[in-house]
Structures are given as structure tokens and as C-alpha cells.
Design a protein around this ligand. Structure first.
Ligand SMILES: NC(=O)c1ccc[n+]([C@@H]2O[C@H](COP(=O)([O-])OP(=O)(O)OC[C@H]3O[C@@H](n4cnc5c(N)ncnc54)[C@H](OP(=O)(O)O)[C@@H]3O)[C@@H](O)[C@H]2O)c1
Length: 303
């Protein structure tokens, strides 16, 4: 059946959610709360119970779950798990819209898109830039890539999951690419915060005393990003410069001394110091810190 042609495009298209882990359960919950007829399936069936008590229909098989709705959202751990699971739907995926919302590589997203196309499904890949608790909130960011016509057709339903819903482009791996590019900021930022926490707690101070000041510092970093991005995009690291590679190198050497003195493990900074030193060796000492991009573009000898 040609669902896209035959179904009315009202706001409450039936939706199927496959995968009811922390994130998938939040997605299904948001659709139910927004009044969408929602069918769910999970490998471990017991995880469906809270959603059934909210009004979802649970199916015993993937095939039944896919057959229940023209719009199928899948949130499993990986693309491989998604393909393995959806294989069980047989020919049911044909003409339906499939949206995957797991984390993975651009290569995985392209494989997923090819698989969906071979099975006759209209496909979008997406990424959720937030935690399950934030699903359904007006500020929550989700980005998608793939067929823009499919995105436009289902945009109302997709916005149920988060108000900041973006279509990045037609290439199906763009959401995974941006997920890699943006997601990588998280752990180094947290690690730096945790290191700061070791400094103050070693002095008997509470980690929560850091929050106000670290937040302000993160806001400063946020405000610098457009300027740094422009330097990267133009390849000109010599204009008005906030801080040079040389200044960062000196600051990191101070951090290393302090860590050694206080017997705090700052070993995670050693590769960063190596990158700074390679930038200096390449002539970037007096350039903006954004010149590190030039070093990162060339893998280290050992790599
Ligand atoms: N949680 C977050 O904060 C967050 C944020 C952004 C993005 N994400 C992404 O969202 C995706 C799901 O995350 P989650 O937090 O919901 O993970 P989770 O709580 O660990 O749930 C994983 C889900 O995948 C299913 N699954 C795993 N392997 C499977 C297989 N081989 N066959 C069938 N089902 C399989 C699990 O089924 P069972 O219940 O049967 O084990 C469960 O439904 C991940 O890619 C994650 O990176 C998560």
C-alpha cells in the first residue's frame, strides 16, 4: 500500500516505535502524550508495560509492529541491531517511512539508508542531541538527514520529539556526521570539569562551588565559536586573536606542574600538549588556537 499517497497527512499519523531502552521509551512516551496512536515493540517485552499503561499497543512481533503504522521510528543501540531486527519485518516496510535514531558512524548511516531503500522504505536518519528526560521539550535538538520530502511530510510528528528539529540535507549520513562532530565535544569538556573538581575537592572545597564559574567559562567558549569557525573556514589564523597556540602551551605546562605537585592524574592532557607542540613545530606558535585544526588534519606519525 502507498501510505504516503493514501494516508491523510493530519497531525496524528499512527506511529510505531521499535526499541524501548531509555531513549526509545522516552520517544514512545512523547508520541503517546501528544495523542498519536502508538504501537511499540521491544526485544525484552516487559519494557513495554509502562507504555501500554499509558495507551500504547504492544505487538509480539516486529512484523506486526511495522505493519501497524505508516511511520516507524527505531531506536536500538546500533545500525547492525536495527538491520537485524527489521529483517524480521519481511516485506512490511515497503512504502513506509523509517526513521532511525541511534548513534553511529556516517558509514553505518549509509549502509542503513541502502538497506532501507532495498526494502522499499522511505528513510530518514536522525540523532538526538539530548538525554531521554529532554525528549518532547521545546528546546530539545534533533537533527535529521535524508529525503527532504519525507522530512517535510512528517515534520509535525518529528517535532513532537523536540522543538529544535532540523533537516541537515539530503545525504543520509549527515546526521551521523554531525553527531560525531558535535558529540565529541562532550567528554573532553566533562573531563576538564572533573579535573577542576579534583583540584578544589583536594583542598576540602565542594565541587558545586565550581559550577557558577565553569558555566561562565563555557559561555565564553560558546561566544568564541563563531570567530574560531571563521578562522578555520578561511584558513587565516593571523587576524584578531583571542589566545595563541603558544599561550595555551604555556598554560598546559603550568597545569602539568600543578597536577604533579598535587599528585592528581592529569595524564589525559599529555596528548593535548603533544598536539600543541606539533602546532608550534609547524610554525603556529603565534597563531590563533584554531590553527590546531591544521595539526589534527594530519594524523600523528604513529597513527
Ligand atoms: N540514553 C541517552 O541519553 C541517549 C542520548 C542520545 C542518543 N542515544 C542513542 O540512542 C540509542 C539507544 O540508546 P538507549 O539509551 O535507549 O540505550 P539502551 O537503554 O541501552 O537500550 C538499547 C535498546 O536497543 C535494544 N537492542 C540492543 N541490541 C539489540 C539487538 N541485537 N536486537 C534487538 N534489540 C536490541 C535493546 O533491547 P532490550 O531492551 O531487549 O535489551 C533496547 O531496546 C543509542 O544509539 C544511543 O547512543 C541515547
Amino acid at each position: 500500500m502507498n501510505w504516503s499517497a493514501n494516508m491523510p497527512h493530519h497531525d496524528h499519523t499512527p506511529v510505531t516505535v521499535i526499541g524501548l531502552g531509555s531513549m526509545g521509551a522516552a520517544l514512545a512516551g512523547a508520541f503517546i502524550d501528544a495523542g498519536y496512536p502508538t504501537t511499540v515493540w521491544n526485544r525484552t517485552t516487559s519494557k513495554a508495560e509502562p507504555l501500554v499503561s499509558k495507551g500504547a499497543v504492544v505487538t509480539q512481533t516486529v512484523r506486526e509492529a511495522v505493519a501497524a503504522s505508516p511511520f516507524v521510528v527505531v531506536c536500538l543501540s546500533t545500525y547492525d541491531a536495527t538491520i537485524d531486527t527489521l529483517e524480521q519485518a519481511g516485506a512490511e516496510l515497503a512504502e513506509r517511512t523509517l526513521v532511525t535514531l541511534n548513534t553511529g558512524t556516517p558509514d553505518g548511516a549509509r549502509r542503513m539508508a541502502n538497506w532501507a531503500s532495498q526494502h522499499g522504505a522511505r528513510f530518514l536518519d536522525g540523532a538526538i542531541k539530548n538525554v531521554p528526560m529532554a525528549v518532547g521539550k521545546p528546546d530539545t535538538l534533533l537533527y535529521y538527514s535524508g529525503d527532504k520530502a519525507v522530512f517535510d511530510e512528517h515534520e509535525t510528528a518529528l517535532r513532537v520529539l523536540g522543538g529544535d528539529t532540523v533537516h541537515l540535507g539530503e545525504e543520509p549520513d549527515l546526521a551521523a556526521l554531525y553527531e560525531m562532530a558535535v558529540g565529541g565535544v562532550l567528554l573532553p569538556s566533562l573531563l576538564a570539569f572533573f579535573q577542576g573538581a579534583t583540584y578544589v575537592t583536594a583542598r576540602g572545597l565542594r565541587a558545586d562551588t565550581l559550577v557558577r564559574y565553569t558555566t561562565k567559562w563555557l559561555e565564553m567558549i560558546t561566544s568564541a565559536l563563531p570567530h574560531l569557525a571563521k578562522q578555520i573556514d578561511t584558513g587565516d589564523y593571523t587576524g584578531p586573536i583571542g589566545a595563541t597556540v603558544g599561550i595555551f602551551e604555556e598554560a598546559l605546562v603550568e597545569q602539568r606542574h600543578y597536577g604533579q605537585q598535587e599528585r592528581i592524574d592529569i595524564s589525559w592532557q599529555a596528548p593535548i600538549l603533544d598536539i600543541l607542540n606539533r602546532a608550534i613545530a609547524a610554525g603556529h606558535r603565534d597563531h590563533s588556537i584554531s590553527a590546531l585544526v591544521e595539526v589534527l588534519r594530519k594524523p600523528a606519525q604513529a597513527a
